[in-house]
Design a protein. Structure first.
Length: 291
């Protein structure tokens, strides 16, 4: 090997030290992404502690000069906030439970049972999971109007399940492909039924994927706005995102109160993901390369 070739080889194997170790396209790109994601959240948090005068000041202040909790008091003391919270909890918890129950059986069937057309089914599930909601919200409104499902919890639960079930099925099916078959075969030899095998053998091993699918479903339904606004126009059935959006009146927009209510609605979900981030990452990476 020539001296030039040996020099290039040594250059490729040399480790970067100091600042050069961190100044690379991946690190810089990740830092830019974090800043772009965190900036709106930071502005929402800061504005929630500002007075109405300071929230509308120009130029805006990066930090609240006189922090106040009045915005949170007004947001939590609003007459309908408890109703919005109840509606969101009822719809999101019901949707998540139904999605996980159906996805568990469907994922097991697609991963283990002999079935024709498994490939087209998986492709169809993937297409449904990325289908834009705005494309179906109008026909969905017409269908629910004919069925009498408008302004009800069920009118939101049904489309939420339909839109988030494909992703949960895909995740659980890929996770179950990695599970060893020996325990299932042993359970079958012992006379266990498919349901018993699924409950006693598969469910404990598929826990991370099931938990991840539940977190994603709950977070997505908790923050969903378009269908909740379109299908439930009565105040008794509005969820938190819609309730926050209608704050204010014709002459005033209380940005501080709106951001305080948004913080109160966002923090629980953020804490849920933060506390169980390891389980979420485990569920995302488990069986990720399976087709």
């Amino acid at each position: 090997m020539s001296g030039r070739g040996r020099g290039r080889g040594r250059g490729r194997g040399r480790r970067r030290t100091g600042v050069r170790r961190y100044l690379n396209p991946v690190t810089v790109g990740g830092l830019v992404l974090v800043v772009l994601t965190a900036a709106p959240l930071y502005w929402m948090a800061v504005t929630s502690f500002k007075s109405p005068v300071e929230a509308g000041a120009s130029p805006p202040t990066l930090f609240p000069e006189d922090p106040t909790l009045d915005n949170y008091r007004h947001a939590l003391d609003a007459a309908d906030m408890d109703r919005y919270l109840f509606n969101s909890v009822a719809v999101c918890v019901s949707s998540t439970v139904i999605v996980l129950g159906l996805a568990l059986f469907a994922g097991y069937a697609l991963a283990r049972l002999p079935m024709r057309g498994r490939g087209p089914v998986m492709v169809g599930l993937l297409m449904i999971s990325v289908f834009p909601v705005i494309a179906v919200v109008t026909p969905l409104y017409l269908v629910e109007r004919e069925l009498g499902l408008l302004n009800s919890h069920g009118g939101l639960i049904i489309p939420y399940v339909a839109f988030h079930l494909p992703f949960a099925i895909w995740m659980l099916r890929n996770s179950m492909l990695d599970l060893p078959r020996e325990l299932e075969e042993a359970a079958t030899i012992d006379g266990a039924s498919v349901v018993r095998t699924l409950r006693s053998v598969i469910l404990p091993q598929a826990g991370p994927a099931l938990f991840t699918a539940g977190v994603f479903t709950f977070a997505a339904t908790w923050t969903e706005f378009l269908m909740a606004l379109t299908l439930n126009s009565e105040n008794d059935f509005r969820t938190i995102p819609v309730g926050i959006a209608i704050y204010g009146d014709r002459y005033q927009v209380p940005y501080g109160v709106i951001f305080a209510a948004a913080m109160a609605a966002t923090v629980p979900v953020a804490l849920l993901v933060l506390v169980f981030r390891r389980a979420v990452l485990s569920g995302l990476t488990d069986g990720a390369v399976k087709g």
